[in-house]
Ligand binder design. Structure first.
Ligand code: 5GP
Length: 170
């Protein structure tokens, strides 16, 4: 299966000059999606996670089926204001302004091994922030994993754990 056959580039989204890599066709194709999750399961398994973490929102789409495939649970890192109960928050800089992500305080037991999932690695800012947040709740972050990596943005240089991606664009 060639993953790139199921990913399309959409020009000028979300703003002019940006080529957005849309994974919707991959999700819509049962065989291709299963092959992608199986491949990711094989790459993530050696890191022996106790739990997976999905980053809102497309990271959830990857983390949930992968957790089932590996027979483990998954937790959510969400944008500010979406999670109920006690939370830990982490704010990080964007190109313009800041963003805040949150995780429930009791989501991870201290020392639990986690692998963090998102659909795509661009500048690495989102994943670096999620890793920072997860460490604040005591997680032992073992790896980050993605369907797609935009290598020309050098995002993996901002991530201090092994980075797994199924396909790359340069
Ligand atoms: P970063 O923080 O690495 O610059 O951006 C990655 C985050 O933005 C991920 O959560 C990802 O979902 C989203 N993102 C940025 N660019 C794209 C893109 O071209 N396609 C998709 N599907 N997501 C993107």
């Amino acid at each position: 299966m060639n993953l790139k056959d199921h990913i399309r580039g959409i020009p000028d989204f979300p703003k002019p000059g940006i080529l957005f890599y849309d994974v919707s066709p991959l999700l819509a194709n049962g065989a291709a999606w299963k092959a992608a999750i199986d491949e990711l399961a094989e790459a993530v398994h050696p890191h022996k996670p106790d739990l997976l973490v999905g980053i809102e929102s497309r990271g959830f789409l990857v983390a949930a089926p992968l957790a089932l495939a590996l027979g483990i649970g998954f937790i959510m890192v969400r944008k500010h204001g979406k999670l109920p109960g006690d939370k830990i928050a982490h704010s990080y800089d964007l190109e313009y302004g800041t963003d805040t992500i949150e995780v429930q305080s009791d989501a991870v037991k201290p020392g639990q091994r986690v692998v963090v999932l998102d659909d795509l690695l661009a500048t690495g800012g989102t994943m670096a922030a999620a890793i920072n947040l997860l460490r604040q709740v005591g997680a032992d972050v073992r790896a980050a994993a993605f369907l797609v990596e935009l290598t020309f943005l050098n995002g993996r240089d901002r991530i201090d754990v092994p980075s797994i991606s199924l396909t790359a664009y340069d």
